[in-house]
Ligand binder design. Sequence first.
Ligand code: F6P
Length: 325
Amino acid sequence: MAKIKKIGVFTSGSDSPGMNAAIRAVVRTAVLYDLEVVGIRRGYEGMIQGDFTPMNRKSVSNIIQRGGTILKAGRSEEFKTPAGRKKAFEQLKSQNIDGLVALGGNGTFIGAKDLGREYDMPIIGVPCTIDNDLLGTDFTVGYDTAINTAIEAIDKIRDTAESHDRLFIVEVMGSDSGLIALRVGIAIGAEAMMIPGTRSDMPALFARLEMGRKDKASKIVVVAEGEEPGEAFEIGKIIKEKYPNYDTRVSVLGHIQRGGKPTCMDRVLASRLGVAAVEVLRNGHRNEMVGLIHNDIIGTSFERSIKHNIDLNTDLLKVVEMLSL
Ligand code: F6P
């Protein structure tokens, strides 16, 4: 097994709060182990174009508290093709990069899996997405910040909903997983939830709303985003038709959930996983994601981390149902 001397780090797909803390951890750990580090800007697109920048301890100063990613993120259609991955590999080799740390979610790890299968390039992933939808980690970097941002926003909506005796339909992000909606729904005391599996079940939603206390001034229905953002407007229309007496409003929280200062939980998670990623890469691991399960750092192959349907925790679902009436 050849010793790794120079690594590349990049952020890809959607950004998530805490990515900067993870970049910092990767760079500083690499420096501690005498590895050279190169930042690859704009994810796989930048890898194809050779958009590389040398990094050192100083290049990651004062970023642990910042949202977004200093390396920039994004998706690449070209990298999905074998020709795109060939170009990317050639760029890496021209810089003598012999290992990669990939920060991102499902799309990032699908790309990493393909590159690692086709070329001799060890890659370790750090789960960074607000959606929390990867197998092999209890939480992803960015999830905690996103749910706290959503809670803060919905608490404000509750104030105005209560003043006007209104019913609000609030759509949160989370891709098709519903994991943001589930926790946020509990934390804001939602009267009803629409999450994958139940989202199109309007009769169940009506039953839930009718079961609720009649003396309660405001009601909030938390809706997980579907295929397309904005489905909450459709749901709002249907509710208005069924209950013309409710004063109904719709609010789609959108990308506000992706920004902002990472919470303590996210900074610590990003730092731990960033350190672990470099350590396992040095120890000869490849093509796996490092995650935290029951507070232990565990490696999970890219293949396994991305190909799954994460079941919604039925205990959490039960809590919503028990407490929302
Ligand atoms: O994966 C993170 C996420 O914010 C999802 O929750 C959402 O569906 C998607 O990205 C939005 O992507 P974009 O920023 O391209 O609109």
